[in-house]
Design a binder for this molecule. Structure first.
Ligand code: F6P
Length: 516
């Protein structure tokens, strides 16, 4: 790290020693325009940072830290195809996926996906049973599941208008398999095998389990066009091995990360659910946020401010957790999507040079729909001895009584967390001064959803720049998978004794095998 960066880091450490920054009410009384001066708006997204432990001095130091990390250059690198995914020696192309005019190969991939969706939606192509598609089952996990899931749930109104409903088959799960088969007309179902690598064991097993069921049926007669499977992947050759014709393979660029892939053909189930126009608007929304991120100075740049604030809490206030609480049922899958995005991207201890990072990286992120969380874990938010920053997310319109009620509850919670209460009986006391950010969307539309997801993607990228880590790989998740593969292979060869396992795992494995 350069001297300037270290100097800014030291300066922030000094500022963090001043406990008065945690007195939110005092901060508000010191500055009458605090709420407005710390709120920013871009397109459909309004963000109020004023209930946070920040002062103009802290913000300015955080921005200096961002400058010292060469963030401007790194943002340019993201958008100009530099090999920023250093361990895999490739760029990160998720922002290209949503460009109005992406490179030729991407536009071809997008057009192919649109064509396939049109063919199925219009009934020109049928399933391998000669029937029209009514249901799409997404067979995929991680980013190949969470991306479509958050987006389809968020756009439920549009999905309800379309004729296609979407189900998910993510984990290996006999019960889920049975429930899909028993509750869905599988002859009218299109199975979308969604896997960037086509090497993910869960997805392959689930896809083969479904295929085994389908081929047993006498009237399963795939033709060149009528197929019950499409495959969305960056590994085209392997897709053909799965036995679908090339026309049903939906390729996407290999440099688009799995958890950043909803904009690519991994979004096929979303496209089937909401249609082409809305899907394009989803991409355009994300592109608007990209433009804001690229072109706005850091002091007004929403993703940059969100990231720098999270750095402040994680590294200078030593807060280990981070909560994301949408007060809208249609955003209930946002925390799970963001959990993968943040923790798989930045939950790392090595920097881009392979050196150990000297500070903490990704916070532990969790969350749920606000109304449900309020009656579950908010007690700890208000009175636990530990504090965590919270993102509250509300949707303003179109306003109904129910929506208004939810929004008022959200505001009441953030106000209560900040202002606390002073009761004679100590156990009823809420200490207050608990920080939060409130994000308001004008409406939940394809465009505003695109803006929101893109905002968080860029926040995560900025965090990674400050920590100097590669947010586009996930080496940590490989270890457990390879141990599992090794055990399975040795069980098959009857050579389990060759596997070196600790005593606890040996004992537990013996229990598992006893039940075979
Ligand atoms: O195991 C983690 C992971 O590699 C994620 O990064 C990814 O989103 C998920 O598995 C699924 O991968 P794929 O799309 O290649 O099946």
């Amino acid at each position: 790290m350069n001297q300037d960066f270290l100097a800014q880091w030291q300066q922030l450490k000094k500022l963090a020693c001043d406990e008065s920054v945690k007195d939110l009410q005092a901060l508000f009384s010191q500055s009458h325009n605090r709420a407005t001066s710390l709120s920013f708006e871009v397109e459909d997204v309004f963000v109020d940072f004023s209930k946070n432990w920040i002062t103009p001095e802290i913000l300015s130091s955080l921005i200096k830290l961002a400058n010292a990390s060469q963030l401007a250059k790194k943002i340019t690198h993201l958008f100009t195809g530099h090999n920023i995914n250093v361990t895999e020696n490739k760029p990160a192309t998720h922002t290209l996926q949503r460009q109005t005019n992406p490179p030729v190969q991407m536009i071809n991939d997008r057009n192919k996906m649109f064509k396939v969706a049109q063919n199925y939606s219009s009934g020109k192509w049928l399933t391998a049973f000669g029937k029209r598609v009514e249901t799409v089952v997404n067979i995929g996990i991680g980013g190949s599941y969470l991306g479509p899931k958050i987006a389809i749930q968020a756009l439920t109104d549009l999905q309800m208008k379309s004729k296609v409903k979407v189900l998910y088959f993510a984990s290996i799960d006999d019960v889920r398999l049975k429930s899909i088969v028993n509750t869905t007309d599988i002859e009218r179902t299109l199975f979308c095998v969604s896997s960037k690598s086509l090497g993910t064991i869960e997805t392959l097993k689930n896809a083969h389990a479904i295929k085994a069921l389908l081929v047993k049926k006498k009237n399963y007669q795939p033709t060149q066009n009528n197929q019950s499977f499409v495959v969305a992947t960056a590994n085209e050759p392997k897709a053909e091995q799965f036995g679908v014709p090339k026309s049903h393979v939906l390729p996407f660029d290999n440099a688009t990360g799995g958890r950043f892939s909803v904009w690519s053909s991994i979004g096929f189930p979303l496209l089937m659910a909401i249609g082409e126009k809305a899907f394009l608007s989803f991409l355009a929304g994300a592109e608007k946020m990209d433009k804001h991120f690229k072109e706005t100075n850091f002091a007004q740049n929403i993703p940059v401010l969100m990231a720098m604030l999270s750095i402040w809490y994680r590294n200078f206030m030593q807060l280990t957790a981070y909560a994301v609480i949408p007060y809208d049922a249609n955003l209930k899958h946002l925390p799970a999507w963001l959990q993968q995005l943040m923790m798989e991207s930045n939950g790392k201890m090595h920097d881009v040079n392979g050196e150990e990072v000297s500070v903490s990286t990704s916070p532990w992120l969790f969350g749920d729909h606000g109304q449900l969380s309020q009656h579950a874990f908010f007690q700890a938010f208000h009175q636990s001895k530990d504090v965590l920053p919270i993102d509250f997310i509300g949707v303003l319109g179109p306003q109904t009584e129910a929506k208004k009620y939810l929004l008022i509850n959200m505001l009441a919670q953030s106000a209560a967390l900040m202002n606390g209460s002073d009761d004679d009986e100590k156990q009823f006391n809420c200490p207050g001064n608990r920080p939060s950010t409130t994000i308001l969307l004008k409406e939940l539309t394809p465009s505003s959803l695109g803006q929101l997801l893109s905002m968080y993607e860029h926040m995560i990228y900025v965090q990674s720049v400050i920590w100097n880590i590669n947010c586009f790989d996930q080496p940590g998740v490989e270890l457990g998978k390879s141990i599992a593969r090794n055990i399975v292979e040795h069980i098959q060869d009857d050579t389990l004794e060759e596997v070196h396992l600790d005593k606890s795992t040996q004992q537990l494995l013996a229990k598992v095998l006893e039940h075979e």
